[in-house]
Design a protein around this ligand. Sequence first.
Ligand SMILES: [Fe+2]
Length: 182
Amino acid sequence: MTSCAWYRDISENNLRAPHKLDPPQYLGIDELYKKTGVKYEKIPDSVCNDSEALQRLPSERKYKFHDYMEMHRDVLKDYDNMMKVFYDEHLHEDPEIRLIVAGSGFFEVRSIDDLWVRIHVQKGDLLDLPPGIWHRFVLDDKEYIKMLRLFSEIPTWEAEFREKTENPPARDRYRTAMAAMA
Ligand SMILES: [Fe+2]
């Protein structure tokens, strides 16, 4: 994981490129959590490669709901538009929890200092984004990912976009939670 999260440069050219600073500034798991509140866990291949073990994971971890989402030009309806929506900076009232079961991509999350941190996720990576964190997603140059989406409560699917509102209620909750961690 150490080399899989880094502070992002400011370029918006070729989003599928790594966009590291020069020299790169990486974050380890602990620093990622401290700066963003994002939790990272590696799920072993013995689970990811075993369809029955994967099927058991949501209930073993007490998630009430789950589903799969696949992103690729051939399988995702309205692909180009959906990619734009996923890359539009937003937040949710609930955690965004994703286990990558195939492919790869970039989650981008704002640190508490409002800097972009890029997380290159691939198979076996379980990310838990806290409620109220500004974030967005883009595919990498492989242009394919399949994620297991995990929900503790009934999913609302609602997103607040930053270009429309700077301070939705979940943002205060995020700041309070981050201050409590400091
Ligand atoms: Fe999201």
